[in-house]
Design a protein around this ligand. Structure first.
Ligand code: CP
Length: 333
């Protein structure tokens, strides 16, 4: 193991078998994941191309919904840690013959998969699998509930550019109602000391969301000058069963980020978007490709965040029972 190997330098112990949402994690646990990801990033920037943390491990990539970034990123993260990876795509599987997703996952587990990365259109599916499998489960996005590794990579990217989350004002703009990314961002950002504003048409903001400790705004123009970070969330058309706004044109006019709004924003404002982006809707190409955009940094950082999650979970699963595992509330930072 190289001297600067991230797992060798961390004095803290991870105790969780599954990573299902940022609502469950303490600030200390979030920081552990971010710190390990930062170490991986440094390590790979220094020329490392592969580590052996997951040698002999097989990771299942179970995607019951389409994905470009998350699926590729988890696959690459597993490979960089020397794991085998099994890719599963629902549309070409025996699910089409009537098999349940639990039977499907149990059959894949029976082939020796010990970590399952799961995306599903229904909220709670990763939690159900965590109850039915021996494997560790990572939620790669469940319905409108959570997308924890996206929240983590968004937070990682902000921290990398600003040093700390504490005291920052982060705006989440768009389809908050259907966005699992919004929920993971809210839990994670609040725990790490950021102020969160959710902004969108009233029809796309959940009622009582202020109970999560966020400010609600229905005008991007009102908040654009007082935010450090603007995260532009996609209109989740696939989860919308009725019209939530009159037209895409009107949405873009009132809630889309364009060059004029960026010029009114703080000079060092960070523009994030989880992707996939709809150019001309949530943001214009001028903004997506502009100097304030860190959208591709997010994608790069996602790889290290996912390596961090996979390696920490594996350490918890394989730690000898004689070692006293520190409970999450007791982890010392
Ligand atoms: N951000 C995100 O989850 O992208 P994919 O749907 O492409 O994985």
């Amino acid at each position: 193991m190289p001297a600067s190997d991230p797992s060798a330098s961390s004095p803290r112990l991870w105790s969780r078998k599954h990573i299902l949402g940022l609502q469950d994690l303490s600030a200390n646990e979030l920081t552990m994941i971010l710190d390990r990801a930062a170490e991986f990033k440094r390590f790979f920037s220094d020329g490392c191309t592969k580590l052996d943390h997951l040698k002999g491990v097989t990771v299942g990539n179970l995607f019951f919904e389409p994905s470009t970034r998350t699926k590729t990123s988890f696959g690459l993260a597993a490979k960089r840690l020397s794991a085998e990876i099994v890719d599963f795509t629902a549309s070409s599987s025996s699910l089409t013959k009537g098999e349940t997703f639990i039977d499907t996952a149990r059959n894949i587990e029976a082939m020796g998969v010990t970590q399952m990365v799961v995306r599903h259109a229904t909220s709670g599916v990763p939690h159900q699998l965590a109850r039915h499998l021996n494997a560790g489960v990572i939620n790669a996005g469940d319905g409108t509930h959570e997308h924890p590794t996206q929240g983590l990579l968004d937070i990682f990217t902000i921290r990398a550019h600003r040093g700390s989350l504490s005291g920052l004002t982060v705006a989440l703009v768009g389809d908050i109602l259907h966005s699992r990314v919004a929920r993971s961002n809210i839990w994670g950002l609040k725990k790490l000391g950021a102020k969160v504003i959710v902004c969108g048409p009233a029809t796309l903001i959940p009622v009582h969301i202020e109970r999560l400790g966020v400010e609600v705004s229905h005008s991007l123009d009102d908040i654009v000058e007082r935010t450090d970070v603007i995260n532009l969330l996609r209109i989740q058309a696939e989860r919308q069963r009725s019209a939530f706004f009159p037209s895409i044109y009107e949405y873009a006019h009132f809630f889309g980020m364009n060059g004029n709004r960026v010029r009114r924003a703080r000079k060092n404002v960070l523009i994030l978007a989880p992707g996939p982006i709809n150019r001309g809707v949530e943001l214009t190409s001028e903004v997506a490709d502009g100097d304030q955009s860190v959208i591709l940094d997010q994608v790069t950082n996602g790889l290290f965040v996912r390596m961090s999650c996979l390696s920490l979970m594996h350490e918890a699963a394989t730690r000898p029972p004689t070692v006293n595992t520190v409970r999450s509330e007791e982890v010392i930072v």
